[in-house]
Design a protein around this ligand. Structure first.
Ligand code: NAD
Length: 257
């Protein structure tokens, strides 16, 4: 078991079935939160992580919630409302983690309008409307945590639209902090560097040269792990971070120094 510093809190983690989102869901549950984790396609993986959390003494449930299309955020919250009744007398949430995201590789020459729309729909539109639709459930002193990327501040022309989505997300974070601050709600982004998850598996895993290069980018000299990001999210979700808002917190192991 973890610190229990989130006991009594309810958290929503999008894309919680694998990778960084899965580590966040586990960590928040270890700290005592009831965790609703969403998944799009990987139902078995989502249920597996819920089972693990429960075995470890935590509370969690999985929600099927494809994101990116109009109406998806409303559908997510109605699924949430239906299940949260088993944990709370009314539909409330304390912590919203917008983690689900996609990273299409395309440079300016190869970028299609459909590719552009898709990456903005999942990485930007979904967090906007998840927060908008979730606001009436979000309790005072709540937490909004958006998973951004170090790419928001770098030139990475091979993924030109992806970086733009994360910059947009960071601006959204700042606006949320300003608008919701009077309610004691904080909003922050966490910007990971290269993390060993399935999205990077193709070029990273089993390729010592690529791994050595990815490790050398970070001042701390290794590739990041999902838990490296989850621990930062858990801090921001806690009362210890009550005076931190509107910021992008770097979780890159010191990349780009
Ligand atoms: P991942 O592909 O392993 O997981 C992404 C999650 O998002 C999955 O659970 C997936 O189901 C969900 N998702 C994707 N598209 C969806 C859709 N249309 N509808 C609903 N859910 C959808 O990726 P990850 O590496 O764990 O990345 C998580 C977040 O961290 C993303 O926002 C990503 O941009 C960001 N990030 C990752 C890295 C990295 O190196 N892995 C670096 C910086 C930022």
């Amino acid at each position: 078991m973890g610190t229990q510093r989130l006991e009594g809190k309810i958290a929503l983690v999008t894309g919680g079935s694998r990778g960084i989102g899965r580590a966040i869901a586990q960590r928040l549950a270890q700290d005592g939160a009831v965790v609703a984790l969403t998944y799009a396609r990987d139902e078995a993986a989502a249920h597996d992580i819920v089972e693990r959390i429960r075995k470890d003494g935590g509370q969690a449930f999985a929600l099927h919630a494809p994101l990116g299309r109009r109406g998806d955020a409303a559908a997510l919250w109605s699924g949430f409302d239906a299940q949260i009744r088993h944990h709370a007398p009314e539909p409330v949430v304390d912590i919203i983690v917008n983690n689900a995201g996609i990273g299409r590789s395309a440079d300016l020459a190869s970028l299609t309008e459909d590719g552009f729309d898709e990456v903005f729909a999942v990485n930007v539109r979904a967090p906007f409307f998840i927060v908008q639709e979730g606001l009436k459930r979000l309790r005072d002193a709540g937490r909004i945590i958006n998973i951004s990327s170090g790419a928001a501040h770098l030139a990475m022309p091979e993924a030109i639209a992806y970086g733009a989505t994360k910059s947009a997300l960071d601006n959204f974070t700042r606006n949320l902090a300003k608008e919701l601050g009077p309610r004691g709600i904080t909003a922050n982004s966490v910007a990971p560097g290269i993390i060993d998850t399935d999205v990077n598996a193709g070029w990273l895993r089993g390729n010592p040269e690529a791994e050595a290069h990815a490790a050398s980018v970070a001042a701390l000299g290794r590739v990041g792990r999902p838990e490296d990001v989850a621990d930062v999210v858990a801090f921001l979700a806690s009362d210890d971070a009550r005076w931190v808002t509107g910021k992008v917190i770097d979780a890159t192991g010191g990349s780009g120094l």
